[in-house]
Design a protein around this ligand. Structure first.
Ligand code: ARG
Length: 470
């Protein structure tokens, strides 16, 4: 039997809450307990929240104006120390809240101890984290808009370029490049509105819920809510300190958005291959191979295809932390932050990379058009013509067309290369009017139903999105 690892002797009791403690925490306890290694990222929000709290404490007469002024000024000094990298972060002070407050005490002395009146770290961390996630919603809204603009510019340039539309990744019907690009504009606009919805719902201020039950001090929660840009204070103190649904909503919206990015990333991987050559990705968004000199690898697209994994991982992690937690705050909830930070960083980087790639990519019009015309892509147009011109029931038209496709395939040609005689051998009623519908340009131009792929429809949608995005 070997002995368990010995930790160094316990240090003195915690300066902030150690009143009833004779000894400090074990070093390993400190390592598992401290969050300063990651929650320092909330410093700007923490100081913003504390400054609002101090101003409110003065306005309500709970602390003097003089003390509140000293606190508010001192907090600005702390902010600039952290900004400039000179702040002495201490693990023994556990988290960002106690690090800031302890440093404030070093700087201004006794008044610093009044800042925590009518407040707890439970409502403090709730407000800090909400402010941080709210900022990420704003960044995600900006990021999705930038990417929408990049897709829109592609759609505008190629409103009438034909390409194959796929189902099952098999050639289905010809579509337009602009239409395909606008599909992503639609997806991203829903992503954007999910971030906006989440932002609106989270925009209530938990500060003043204190530990869990509210406070007996005559605080003004409406004032702190307004000072921090919240629509209103939260209405239930227990809920205020114990839910993290706002972060889960952000993660869920981020996951859906990253899923959309992964789909276009996959299309880029396919489209930029030598077999497809639908798009050319610029040198700025590709890498070379260390052994195969000819290679230009779509690494950015591949990484974008993968990033959803991290975001979903973060989402599952936070759901798992929150699942089954009894009200109200439990220390489990300190595990809420790191993965949300990582997911947000991942999403912003992914949006920026995709925006750069879409802006830089060049469609290969010829390759798109050639592919659009192959694979019997106008077979549906032929069937529709049989219905319209000959009055066949669609099921019968489908069958006749299938026979014609089989004939063309056997002859090794595409549909427009069949002669009228060859067609009439399958159905005697066919006239040479059929040839007007077998070209891909005619095919896409005919799909004028609302939301269809016709260039005229695409141009209408491009104009609408230009209006929306300004
Ligand atoms: N570091 C803590 C967290 O992130 C702050 C709240 C601590 N509250 C407490 N009662 N221990 O959750």
């Amino acid at each position: 039997m070997t002995n368990p690892p010995q930790s160094p002797p316990a240090p003195a009791a915690n300066a902030m809450w150690g009143g009833r403690f004779a000894a400090g925490p074990d070093a390993i306890m400190q390592a598992i307990n401290a969050s300063i290694g990651f929650d320092r990222r909330l410093y700007a929000q923490d100081i913003q929240g504390s400054r609002a709290h101090a101003a409110m404490l003065a306005a309500t007469g709970i602390v003097t104006n003089k003390d509140a002024e000293a606190i508010r000024e001192g907090l600005l000094t702390v902010l600039s120390e952290i900004d400039s990298g000179t702040f002495p972060f201490r693990t023994d002070l556990e988290d960002i809240h106690m690090n800031v407050e302890a440093r404030l005490k070093d700087l201004i002395g006794e008044p610093a101890g009044r800042l925590h009146t009518a407040r707890s770290r439970n409502d403090q961390v709730a407000v800090d984290f909400r402010l941080w996630v709210r900022d990420q919603c704003d960044a995600a809204i900006t990021g999705t808009q930038a990417l929408m603009r990049a897709f829109l510019a592609q759609a505008d340039a190629g409103a009438d370029w034909v390409m194959p539309g796929f189902t099952h990744l098999q050639t289905a019907q010809p579509v337009t490049w602009g239409h395909h690009m606008l599909a992503y504009v639609e997806m991203l606009s829903r992503d954007r509105s999910r971030f906006a919805d989440a932002r609106a719902r989270m925009n209530e201020c938990p500060l003043g819920a204190a530990a869990l039950a509210g406070t007996s001090f005559p605080i003004d929660r409406h004032a702190t809510a307004a000072a921090l840009g919240f629509a209103r204070p939260t209405a239930n103190s227990l809920d205020s300190v114990s839910d993290r649904d706002f972060a889960l909503e952000f993660l869920s919206a981020a996951g859906i958005c990253a899923m959309h990015l992964s789909r276009f990333a996959e299309e880029l991987v396919i489209w930029s291959s030598a077999q497809f050559r639908f798009v050319h990705l610029s040198d700025r968004w590709t890498t070379g191979s260390s052994i195969m000199p000819q290679k230009k690898n779509p690494d950015a697209a591949e990484l974008l295809r993968a990033k959803l994994g991290r975001i979903l991982g973060a989402t599952v992690a936070l759901f798992t932390v929150m699942k089954g937690l009894p009200l109200t705050y439990s220390k489990d909830m300190q595990e809420d932050k790191e993965q949300v930070f990582d997911a947000a960083d991942t999403l912003m980087l992914a949006l920026a990379a995709m925006t750069g790639m879409v802006g830089d990519m060049t469609a290969n019009r010829e390759a798109l058009a050639t592919a659009a015309a192959s694979g019997f892509s106008t077979a549906t147009d032929l069937a529709d013509w049989l219905v319209r011109a000959l009055g066949l029931p669609f099921r019968e038209a489908h069958h006749v067309t299938g026979t014609l496709v089989a004939r063309a395939e056997a002859l090794g040609v595409d549909l427009p290369a069949l002669t009228l005689a060859q067609m009439q051998a399958v159905h005697p009623g066919i006239t040479d009017g059929v040839f007007t519908v077998l070209g891909v340009d005619n095919s896409v131009a005919s799909r004028t139903s609302y939301g269809g792929t016709a260039p005229a429809q695409v141009r209408t949608q491009v104009a609408r999105w230009k209006e929306v995005l300004g």
